[in-house]
Design a protein around this ligand. Structure first.
Ligand code: ATP
Ligand code: MG
Length: 460
């Protein structure tokens, strides 16, 4: 077993399906594909990506579009962003552009800005991870060496992410059989899968995201170790897992990603959020609708706020706790805030939910009971709320999932769109029935005066 592993590391035995490439860096020479062979439409390239590679090349450096952008170009998809790889050092890159910033301490990269457009320029990384600082599970903590292009290729995660495109000559450099894998619609990790997941367990989440997003199959050897190695993700800093989760949920294929995570045995005990999302029978319809809605928006090129997304994913956990607090005698609105606190605290500890996202979630939740008050000045006050749109979209999801009467959503649609006369008319309509949902007011069981509660500040 160990011998086999060492042979693999040394690239003694290369896999035929790897297109003859040695595993872990044995192949220094890439396959070079001409425009006719790879068929990339140059119109899909951003002018800024061309500007950056051209400037670097004019100054004597190598420069290529790399990674996901090349993959997308080969698939005929317009890349959402462009990463550039070069042999220029970060300092050398910085000197060539007016708005360029070196970021990152662990491994410096350069952000080159043109207006709002940001391009990430990375210096080729060195191959050796043996000498890199690792944690006790083998996760690479620090690895700062620059290197040759073929070494950079071997450090990338999947064969389809390790190709380089030169806009000037319109050639693609393929070091690990990426083209063949794109054609076979296969996701294959570069090198020995176990070793690569150990170095960086987030690669297990990435493979799932790409499989769902691109509708590619995961190669058997790449896939096999995942269920066993899944617990290693617990050692990754939660902020990084959160970033990857966000990418997954905002990929335009969130539902497919979550289903794939479950299929690969990656969801369980991995992140409390996923357990909640995938295993809540009550909220399943709501979550399914929310994710379908998110996927649709992303696919139409619209924005989705992480706050809205996480507020949706965790809503039914809030509802459950909200009911429990009300049953214990708490008033509805403070009960909702207590429930929100509980849910947010759990998720903040484990998921590094950023403060801003947490407060957006709370705003959306807190607005919900207010939609039920369709008399007097309350609806007008709500119209002025800067978060009305998010709160209202959320309300519509609750209606669509059957949690509350559809009539409430319809009323609000009319109220938001109506003129003054229409609004006055709407205020005179007696609701058909009170909501059946948890926002329904219940008489608190507790007797005696209630202590003022900070959470009740927002109640009306
Ligand atoms: P997308 O941007 O569509 O999500 P991507 O492949 O561009 O996909 P990025 O996170 O932008 O993903 O990374 C850019 C490139 O950097 C990848 O294509 C890959 O070559 C390399 N890369 C990113 N993360 C890792 C990782 N954890 N291990 C090895 N290589 C990685
Ligand atoms: Mg990218």
């Amino acid at each position: 077993m160990i011998k086999k592993f060492i042979r693999k590391i040394l690239g003694v035995k290369s896999k035929p399906e790897n297109n003859g490439s040695g595993v872990n860096g044995a192949n220094h020479k890439p396959t070079v594909l001409s425009a006719k062979e790879h068929g990339i439409d140059p119109k899909l390239l951003s002018s800024n990506a061309i500007r950056v590679t051209q400037t670097l090349q004019e100054n004597g450096f190598k420069a290529f579009v790399v990674g996901g952008a090349v993959r997308d170009l080969l698939l005929g998809v317009k890349p959402k962003d462009f990463d550039i790889a070069t042999n220029a050092t970060p300092e050398q890159v910085k000197r060539l552009f007016r708005r360029a910033f070196i970021i990152g301490r662990r491994f410096q990269i350069v952000h080159v800005m043109f207006g709002q457009d940001l391009l990430e320029v990375t210096t080729f990384r060195g191959a050796a991870t043996e000498g890199a600082l690792k944690d006790e599970h083998g996760r690479v903590l620090r690895d700062n060496t620059f290197g040759e292009q073929h070494e950079d290729a071997v450090r990338r995660d999947f064969t389809i992410n390790a190709m380089y495109y030169d806009p000037a000559s319109q050639t693609v450099l393929d070091y690990h059989g990426g083209i063949a894998d794109i054609r076979k619609k296969t996701l294959r990790i570069i090198g020995v899968p176990e070793a690569r997941y150990r170095e960086d367990p987030v690669r297990m989440l990435r493979v799932v995201r790409f499989a769902a997003k691109l509708q590619f199959t995961i190669d058997a050897a790449t896939r096999a170790p995942i269920p066993v190695m899944a617990p290693l993700i617990n050692n990754v800093p939660s902020a990084r897992v959160f970033d990857e989760m966000l990418k997954l949920l905002m990929s335009g294929h969130a539902m497919a990603c979550l289903q794939q995570l479950r299929k690969e045995g990656l969801h369980h005990g991995l992140m409390p959020l996923l357990d909640v999302v995938l295993e809540q029978p009550l909220g399943e319809k709501f979550v399914t609708l929310a994710l379908a809605n998110t996927d649709e928006r992303i696919q139409q090129g619209k924005t989705v706020s992480p706050g809205f997304l996480f507020a949706s994913l965790l809503w039914h956990q809030v509802v459950e706790k909200w009911d429990a607090y009300k049953a214990a005698g708490e008033f509805s609105i403070p009960a909702l805030h207590l429930a929100a606190d509980d849910v947010l605290n759990t998720q903040t500890d484990s998921l590094a939910l950023q403060r801003k996202i947490g407060s957006d979630m709370r705003d959306i939740w807190a607005m919900q009971p207010r939609f039920e008050k369709r008399v007097g000045k309350t609806p007008y006050k709500l119209l002025e709320n800067t978060r009305l749109r998010a709160g209202y979209d959320f309300l519509l999801l609750r209606c669509a999932s059957g949690e509350i009467e559809a009539e409430i959503g319809e009323w609000w649609t009319d109220f938001i769109n109506g003129d003054d006369i229409e609004r006055e008319r709407l205020l005179t309509i007696k609701p058909k029935q009170e909501s059946t949902g948890p926002a329904k007011k219940r008489r608190p069981r507790r007797s005696g005066p209630r202590k003022p509660d900070s959470a009740s500040k927002v109640s009306e």
